[in-house]
Design a protein around this ligand. Structure first.
Ligand code: IMP
Ligand code: MG
Length: 181
């Protein structure tokens, strides 16, 4: 699998350091309350599990699944809710946890969708931010790293459902996309 990687963008150490910082900032921001962390499946699952362990608060965890991408590297533009929350969020402080903010279409839709349920607040946290490709008017309240306009994998992010288990964030060799071995 590592043979498919062209370059490492973010090492395990860099990820750990930054996730720890964001966890501490969230702990500070929500001191005295019990926020609900909502991970957006599947890409956020690694970030989410590392992040909540750096948050020193009584909090709960839930997940949503949305589909906005096919198996390729470009957005279809459409957002569909595949799995909704299992808890009521009225009056709760909701923290949406995403893997990457790209066009912003997914998070923009999700934010509006959850806003309708009258939470006390919605905070957007993304591990990666690719501002070059933004289409929706949205920015994260907490962002781990800005990344260039390249398709990245690892630490939860996939290409055609693979590479999510890489412990770092990297860029694939071009031949991986074109089907070469
Ligand atoms: P957006 O709606 O365009 O912001 O897309 C958000 C979703 O697209 C993310 O949650 C990812 O699942 C996927 N995505 C966007 N860019 C990348 C990338 O570079 N690598 C892997 N997945 C990506
Ligand atoms: Mg995602």
């Amino acid at each position: 699998m590592n043979n498919d990687i062209l370059k490492v963008l973010l090492t395990e150490e860099q990820l750990d350091k930054r996730v720890t910082e964001i966890g501490q900032q969230l702990t500070e921001k929500f001191k005295g309350s019990e926020p609900l962390f909502v991970g957006v499946l599947k890409g956020s699952f690694v970030f989410m599990s590392d992040l909540v362990r750096k948050v020193d608060l009584k909090c709960s965890v839930d997940f949503m699944a949305v589909s906005s991408y096919g198996n390729g590297t470009t957005s279809t533009g459409a957002v569909k809710i595949m799995k909704d929350l299992s808890e009521d969020i009225a009056g709760r402080h909701v923290v949406i946890v995403e893997d990457i903010l790209d066009s912003g279409i997914t998070l923009n839709y999700l934010r509006g969708y959850l806003q309708n349920r009258k939470p006390a607040s919605i905070t957007l946290v993304t591990l990666l931010d690719k501002p070059a490709r933004r289409k929706a008017d949205i920015h994260a309240d907490f962002s781990g790293f800005e990344v260039p306009d390249e398709f990245v994998v690892g630490y939860g992010l996939d290409y055609a459902e693979k590479y999510r288990n890489l412990p770092f964030v990297g860029v694939l060799k071009p031949e991986v996309y074109t089907g070469g071995e």
